[in-house]
Design a protein around this ligand. Structure first.
Ligand code: ATP
Ligand code: MG
Ligand code: MG
Length: 350
């Protein structure tokens, strides 16, 4: 079988590698950390900094196709990889790793983000607050799980923040009915398939739960949101799984952010869809036909195991509706995603 290179060593790479193995591929993980939960389940693991041209070039030579599971891979060293080996391409990374660039990109294809302003200084932040009201200050780059975000309820809140690093964006607070995500896969031939959109609930900025079917407030907005996600994928010439997060509001779907990869809000698809996001990503980048994305159950719920060790999830092993996934990360630090459980419910036949 061919070898798939994966940039990034986290749980998304781990689940991609497991799906790839099922289809007969070998995976080679490249990540800066010395220990990697993706490397643990893959045929090969290279531990080297992103900016090591020699190591990246050697890795690329050993791979037939290369993908990424982490949107903050620096773009510039990827020049060491032949352009046609990388899927999705580098432009998707470039756009998605900068909140300002991704908002502008979504706007260019008709999307509507929350009102925002790029901010580098305290004066700019105060001006943004005066124009946009209460909101959230975010780092443009490298934030995830709500890290690098500060909520501003009043103008005074701007006065104590450390603004020395710049590179920020201020967003008006969105009053939403629900949050949801659109996850699509686009094949090398341009075919696009969507999974059902999950209702996503966050706790302290971290995804806690994804449930399907989503409530009507979400269902009504899915078509418009899919249109936007497809337009983003087309414009990028995207190959693989792409995720867009939305707020369902009284005025329709408001774009939050995009991830050029498989997504936590799609983990339910491993048992809850005919073909999972991981398998379809592998199929897409390898040029295989895409699999059916239909829901395989009447109700599906995914719960993240955050900052807890396996013990707390042990009851799942005796529940026939529960499917336990544990990532093997070791220490259960607070706020760390250690695993997830997917519950598949089937209504009794009548
Ligand atoms: P992820 O782990 O999804 O990449 P992230 O750190 O990039 O998260 P965001 O998606 O920007 O963070 O924000 C995390 C959560 O905070 C959102 O899912 C939402 O619940 C809330 N949030 C973010 N921006 C806004 C906003 N403008 N208005 C209201 N709530 C918001
Ligand atoms: Mg994000
Ligand atoms: Mg998010």
């Amino acid at each position: 079988g061919a070898t798939i290179g994966i940039l990034g060593g986290g749980q998304l790479g781990r689940m991609l590698s497991m799906a790839a193995a099922q289809l007969g591929y070998r995976c080679h993980i490249y990540a800066p950390e010395s220990q990697s939960v993706a490397g643990d389940v893959s045929a090969r693991f290279t531990s080297a900094p992103w900016h090591t041209q020699g190591a990246l070039a050697a890795f690329a030579r050993q791979c037939d196709v290369i993908t990424y599971e982490f949107e903050n891979v620096p773009v510039e060293p990827l020049a060491a990889i032949e352009a046609d080996k990388l899927a999705p391409g580098p432009q998707a990374l470039e756009v998605a790793q900068d909140r300002l660039a991704e908002k502008r990109f979504a706007e260019d294809v008709g999307g509507r983000p929350a009102p925002y302003a790029p901010v580098d200084t305290r004066e700019e932040l105060l001006a943004a607050f005066d124009r946009l009201g209460p909101g959230i200050l975010k780092t443009r780059r490298e934030g995830y799980d709500g890290k690098g975000q500060w909520r501003l309820a009043a103008r005074e809140d701007a006065e104590t923040l450390d603004m020395s690093r710049g590179g920020l964006i201020y967003e008006a607070l969105v009053r939403f009915e629900a949050e949801f995500s659109v996850i699509l896969v686009r094949g090398r031939d341009g075919e696009i398939r969507f999974w059902d959109s999950a209702h996503n609930e966050h706790e302290s900025g971290i995804l806690a739960r994804s449930t399907l079917p989503a409530p009507d407030a979400v269902i009504r907005q899915v078509d418009e949101a899919r249109g936007l996600a497809a337009a983003v994928a087309e414009k990028l010439g995207y190959v693989g799984v792409l995720t867009l997060e939305f707020f369902a509001t009284g005025d329709g779907p408001v774009f939050n952010e995009m991830a050029p990869r498989v997504h936590n809000s799609g983990h339910w698809s491993i048992e809850g869809a005919v073909t999972s996001q991981f398998e379809n990503h592998i199929r897409a980048i390898c040029g295989l036909p895409l699999g059916d994305t239909a829901l395989a159950g009447d109700r599906v719920e995914m719960r993240n195991l955050i900052g807890t060790d396996g013990g707390e999830a042990a009851h799942c092993l005796s529940d026939p509706q529960a499917h336990l996934h544990f990532y093997g990360k070791g220490e259960a630090r607070s706020g760390r995603k250690m695993g997830h459980v997917t519950y598949i419910y089937r209504e009794p036949a009548r």
